[in-house]
Design a protein around this ligand. Structure first.
Ligand SMILES: Nc1ncnc2c1ncn2[C@@H]1O[C@H](COP(=O)(O)OP(=O)(O)O)[C@@H](O)[C@H]1O
Ligand SMILES: N[C@@H](CCC(=O)OP(=O)(O)O)C(=O)O
Length: 368
């Protein structure tokens, strides 16, 4: 039995952004029903609300204000959910809608609430239908794209596999829309700057983020122990073929942290700032199991408060991981300026020698 998250982009669910492609959706539901029959648990992360709203109101994609987009999402989401509900009902499968924002994942209590609800829907044998809550999401509280949302959901559900289904057969060496000679990459073992440079934004007017956000999502999910396949959402038996690894770009998972708190750190809070570490500290972190000591810090990039999640990187800018800060950035800047003094001499108090304790740290290097 596997838990499978199927993320379906606007490009898969609509006729080029002009309303929902119900004939295709019925085929996708048939495959989900077949997999459920075999004992698998299916979670759908669905895009298409805004496109469905545009279809209902007879609007063309264009320059909409935030409030207009929220209105389109509110109207379209009802249509989207109704469509999924009626199609799954053909197989006597119930669906449960969950509309999430970054704010629901950021706070650990709300994250655990969302996880319990998701697991209860699965336990009931129903299919969770998940989208971002676009009707209320503003820049400050939104995940922003459903690729990243699906990776977070996959970690929340401790899924085995995440399928990112889109309008291309996978990740190519360049955007095939503008580079017809580009080649499909069958497998990715490391997501480094070289791989990231291959992925462009969305080449369509309806998608959000293109391959760049799919790779971000793959990077998060694989650190949570989830295998990822980026593949075409059209064609015969796409979901089933993807699972049998016959198609697409496969991104191999890494060993997931065992602790639930570390998974939350990976999938939940956004990083507020960056802290640069010297070579010794960076090497200790990359090796795994070390805390981030104040003495290893060379530079601060951006303000943060005590308790915020921050990103740690090396002097070349390589992202080493993220964790919860035990000091705010003002205090750390003072400590950097007075390295010859003790912490108490500089600040008048001490929270210890660590900026981030290893229990509050999630490693982004491939050795997790
Ligand atoms: N290296 C690449 N390989 C494949 N597609 C790419 C690449 N770089 C950018 N893209 C673009 O990403 C698009 C898919 O993402 P997007 O439009 O956001 O779709 P979706 O709605 O499925 O999320 C493709 O249509 C393509 O134009
Ligand atoms: N939440 C939005 C989709 C956002 C999104 O990431 O879109 P896509 O790139 O097509 O997966 C909607 O339902 O219209």
């Amino acid at each position: 039995m596997q838990t499978i998250v199927v993320k379906l982009g606007t490009s898969v669910l609509t006729n080029h952004g002009r309303g929902l492609d119900k004939a295709h959706m019925v085929d996708l539901v048939r495959q989900c029903a077949q997999l459920k029959q075999q004992g698998h648990r299916i979670i759908i992360v669905t895009s298409g609300a805004i496109a469905a709203g545009r279809e209902l109101l007879g609007r063309q994609p264009g320059t909409e204000t935030l409030a207009q987009k929220q209105m389109l999402a509110a109207i379209g989401q009802s249509q989207l959910l109704h469509t999924w509900q009626s199609l799954f009902a053909l197989y006597s499968i119930a669906v449960g809608q969950m509309l999430l924002t970054q704010a629901d994942l950021e706070n650990r209590e709300r994250y655990l609430n969302a996880r319990d609800a998701l697991l209860a829907i699965l336990q009931e044998g129903a299919v969770p239908i998940i989208n971002e809550n676009d009707a209320v999401a503003t820049t400050q509280i939104k995940v922003g794209d459903n690729d990243n949302l699906s990776a977070k959901v996959a970690i929340l559900a401790r899924a085995d596999t995440l399928l990112l289904l889109t309008d291309q057969p996978g990740l190519f060496t360049a955007d095939p829309r503008s580079h017809p000679d580009a080649e499909l990459i069958a497998e990715i073992r490391h997501i480094d700057d070289q791989v990231k440079a291959l992925a462009g934004g969305s080449g369509s007017t309806v998608g959000t983020g293109g391959m760049a956000t799919k790779l971000e999502a793959a990077s998060i999910a694989r650190h949570g122990g989830v295998d990822v396949v980026i593949s075409a959402g059209h064609g015969q038996n796409v979901i089933i073929n993807c699972l049998q690894q016959q198609t697409g770009t496969r991104v191999l998972s890494l060993k997931a942290p065992r602790r639930s708190r570390k998974l939350w750190l990976l999938a939940g809070p956004m990083s507020k700032a960056k802290v640069v570490l010297d070579g010794g500290a960076a090497a200790a972190i990359a090796k795994g199991g070390a805390s981030v000591l104040l003495v290893g810090i060379t530079q601060l990039r951006g303000p943060f408060s005590r308790g915020d999640v921050i990103t740690l990187c090396d002097e070349q800018g390589l992202n080493l991981g993220k964790g919860v800060a035990r000091y705010d950035s003002v205090a750390v800047a003072q400590l950097l300026a007075h390295k010859e003094q003790t912490i108490v001499e500089t600040l008048g108090y001490s929270n210890g020698a660590m900026l981030v304790h290893r229990d509050d740290f999630i490693n982004f290097t491939d050795s997790v």
